[in-house]
Design a protein around this ligand. Structure first.
Ligand code: SF4
Length: 288
């Protein structure tokens, strides 16, 4: 039996940058606190906590419940999802030092929304309303922004003259295409910006290829990672023997019966060290 680790697995560049920034500053002796969860991976978060990274609840902070006093001499790390201009202003007003790890692709979306909003466009974001990236994006055009996710949501569009259609970076291509087709029919001037992250898009094809190359696939990720859920569904479509796990205890030996190869992969928030750890444990479990 061969156990293969997906060569393309691991953090996306945005998440990698945020983690590296945190690690560098902590090593340099700085106090660092992430505004919100840096990554959807409990074990990686625990590793960072052990290094000294603190975390501040973003909702509480926005409500003013984490005061500048409690952040004295602390660098506030803005995660890859970015923050709204209103929150950015709030941080400035409180004289808090920031370490901005907003992914450059997210910054691009923020700028596009701001630019088209200033030109009088209604902004339609295809994404999850409560996703931190989407919450922040909405702040760039507060009065004229609509988030669509489910089929039929396009009926909520208020202004039919000028619309910018834009995507959450991690949304599925099919979902974005659905809204593009639907909205195209009823809008005079539609600008479509497919801002789905190219790394996410490539990753989808890579996961499909990898799952076809292995008899059984173990997909390692946290259950609260939306990007991982999408990848896993694609994985399972191409190989029904694909299993989602977030801990080694969930592994079932029976999955591997009569298999010649096991593939280990994960989402953009699954570190490679975790896949290596799973590999060792599976080898041990199966006496390989
Ligand atoms: S836009 Fe892409 S690279 Fe940037 S954080 Fe999101 S998934 Fe990662």
């Amino acid at each position: 039996m061969k156990i293969n680790i997906d060569a393309y697995a691991g953090f996306c560049p945005g998440v990698r940058k945020a983690i590296q920034l945190a690690e560098q500053q902590i090593k340099a002796g700085k106090k660092v606190a992430a505004l919100g969860s840096l990554i959807h991976n409990e074990r990686e978060l625990e590793r960072l906590r052990q290094l000294g990274l603190n975390q501040i609840d973003q909702d509480q902070f926005e409500k003013g419940k984490a005061t500048s006093g409690s952040l004295n001499e602390t660098l506030l790390l803005i995660r890859a999802h970015g923050i709204s201009p209103q929150l950015s202003e709030q941080i400035k007003t409180q004289n808090i030092n920031c370490l901005d790890a907003t992914c450059s692709l997210v910054t691009r979306s923020q700028k596009l929304i701001q630019q088209y909003c200033e030109q009088g466009f209604e902004i339609v974001i295809v994404g999850k309303k409560d996703h931190p990236e989407v919450k922040a994006l909405q702040g760039y055009c507060q009065d004229r922004v609509l988030v669509v996710f489910y089929r039929g949501d396009e009926r909520k569009i208020l202004q039919k003259e000028k619309v910018l259609l834009i995507a959450q970076t991690t949304i599925e291509e099919d979902r974005f295409n659905y809204f593009t087709k639907k909205i195209m029919k009823g809008v005079d001037e539609l600008v479509v910006k497919n801002t789905i992250c190219p790394i996410v898009k490539n990753r989808q094809q890579q996961v499909v290829n990898f799952s076809k190359q292995n008899d059984v696939v173990v997909f390692v990720a946290s259950r609260n990672s939306s990007n991982s859920k999408i990848l896993f569904e694609l994985c399972r479509k191409s190989n029904p023997r694909c299993h989602f796990v977030s801990s080694i205890a969930e592994i079932n030996r029976e999955w591997f019966s009569e298999a010649n190869s096991i593939g280990l992969t994960g989402g953009a928030s699954t570190p490679v060290w975790q896949l290596l750890e799973f590999k060792k444990l599976i080898e041990h479990e199966l006496n390989l």
